[in-house]
Design a protein around this ligand. Structure first.
Ligand code: SF4
Ligand code: SF4
Length: 129
């Protein structure tokens, strides 16, 4: 049976939490954040989020997501795109996507072939990633 450890194990390097932007949050992400932080939405918006048109993202502080502090400080409440990363479905469509994502994430197996990666990832139960 396929398991996520065959293709990926997070090294907790924090690379995916750094940069000038973060993932965008959808309504479920916001609800999860409210539940996790136990704070009114208006307070969360003011402290942690930024709005660009219709896109809501987390604020960036010192070049990383505001929730990053040598690891994700909101792990159970983090956005689904953070939860999914780096096992993004785009990997299954294009080997170049796979190579680009693997270059930016040291947690992806360096020895696995693209074909094996796709086969294992397609076989994973959705809850696994
Ligand atoms: S870049 Fe990959 S290995 Fe590093 S923290 Fe993010 S998911 Fe984990
Ligand atoms: S929410 Fe957590 S996992 Fe997502 S970018 Fe911020 S620190 Fe990283």
């Amino acid at each position: 049976m396929s398991s996520v450890e065959q293709i990926f194990r997070c090294r907790e390097c924090g690379f995916c939490c750094h940069g000038e932007t973060t993932v965008s949050l959808d309504d479920d992400d916001i609800r999860r954040l409210v539940d996790f932080l136990k704070m009114p939405l208006a307070e969360i918006n003011k402290r942690y989020l930024r709005q660009s048109g219709k896109v809501t993202q987390m604020k960036i502080v010192d070049g990383h997501c505001i929730f990053y502090d040598e690891g994700c400080t909101i792990h159970p409440g983090k956005p689904w795109r953070c939860r999914q990363w780096p096992l993004h479905p785009a990997i299954l469509k294009d080997e170049n996507n796979f190579r680009t994502i693997r270059e930016s994430c040291p947690g992806i197996s360096k020895i696995i072939t693209y074909a094996d990666f796709c086969r294992i990832m397609a076989d994973l139960p959705e809850d696994d990633y």
